[in-house]
Design a protein around this ligand. Structure first.
Ligand SMILES: *Cc1c(COP(=O)(O)O)cnc(C)c1O
Length: 333
């Protein structure tokens, strides 16, 4: 086990057992199209079919089920309006725990409705994600709610790692795993699980060119901030935190490579997922496919591609399927 990792294989096994009754063991299927294109066996981990539409349910469920009875009674809080927020709301409701999700006034109505539908209390505050996070910090400090962060947390990483165990079970001779990478909770967990089983398994993190905070931080040797830009892979946006405790060191030590993609390459990944694989995948979930199509992965198989989520605005998805290669207002890269 690499020294910097602070999530043990035992933590991962326990998390996997703890969450098993509450999450789907998603299918691993062969992709004939991608196997033909790359010349080696390619399999897709259909994690976008996870309950709530992304792998985030694994970490959220493990975090919620790891709370003490006293913490559970206090209730949990987070600032995410995306896949982490959905997953947390679902996991908390399943466990009978109250959740508060803080969001800014700028969050679109459909996202608010979705989180409310999952049973969370909505707290609208300020004009930015930072304002929402400030309110979370206040609720934790002053009202005793329990904050559950989206990636830099032992319980969350151990939960995401269960995906790595499933991959190994279904494909014990796996050579390479392509993992969408943002804050690095998914990549840290999956890499910790698989590298412990077999350190020769190659783990490649995939991010978008614009605002790849983990890649910039690994290159700089410490957590750094990057300028955020709109992307098809919106679930990959955001920083890793300048005071990152776990995922920076884990990704630095456990990932064999990090590959970056342009917007048009990500769009091609979504298009391939739909046309050739018949899967609706959000931009962040399609980056592994996109990296293969862009020729950015040395083909050595079996390659497992994690399709991490499907929560895409369907109007945006239609535009991509109809050939859009950039979000409006930005030139195709
Ligand atoms: C959160 C998310 C990611 C990135 O996960 P990290 O743990 O932040 O690296 C990738 N894909 C989807 C769909 C996500 O929701």
């Amino acid at each position: 086990m690499p020294a910097a990792s602070t999530v043990s294989f035992q933590d991962i096994m326990r998390a996997s057992e703890r969450i098993a009754p509450h999450v789907r063991n998603t299918p691993l299927v062969s992709s004939n199209a991608l196997s033909k294109i790359t010349g080696c066996p390619v399999k897709l981990k259909l994690e976008h079919h996870q309950t709530t539409g992304s792998f985030k349910l694994r970490g959220a469920t493990n975090a919620v089920l790891s709370l003490t009875a006293e913490e559970r009674a206090r209730g949990i809080v987070a600032a995410s309006t995306g896949n982490h927020g959905r997953a947390l709301a679902h996991a908390a409701r399943a466990a009978g725990t109250a959740t508060t999700i803080c969001m800014s006034r700028l969050v679109p109505e459909n996202k608010i409705t979705e989180i409310r539908r999952l049973g969370a209390t909505i707290c609208i505050v300020g004009n930015s994600q930072d304002d929402a996070q400030c309110e979370v910090d206040r609720l934790v400090a002053e009202e005793g709610l329990v904050g559950i962060p989206p990636f830099d947390d032992e319980r969350v990483i151990a939960g995401q790692a269960s995906l790595g165990l499933e991959i190994f079970k279904d494909c014990p001779d796996v050579d390479t795993v392509l993992v969408p990478l943002s804050g690095g909770g998914l990549a840290s967990g999956v890499a910790a699980a698989l590298k412990t089983i077999n350190s020769a398994i190659r783990l490649v993190g995939i991010s978008m060119e614009h605002g790849a905070a983990m890649k910039a931080s690994i290159d700089a040797g410490r957590p750094v901030e990057v300028i955020e830009e709109e992307s098809f892979a919106d679930s990959l946006g955001g920083g890793i935190g300048l005071t990152n405790r776990l995922t920076f060191a884990m990704c630095r030590d456990l990932l064999d490579d990090v590959v970056l993609l342009s917007e048009s390459e990500i769009a091609k990944g979504m298009l391939h997922a739909y046309d050739a694989e018949r899967e609706i995948v959000e931009g962040a979930g399609a980056v592994g496919i996109a990296a293969l199509l862009a020729g950015k992965i040395t083909p050595s198989g079996p390659i497992v591609v994690i399709l991490s989520g499907r929560n895409v605005d369907m109007d945006l998805h239609r535009r991509v399927i109809n050939g859009a290669t950039a979000l409006s207002g930005r030139c195709a890269a």
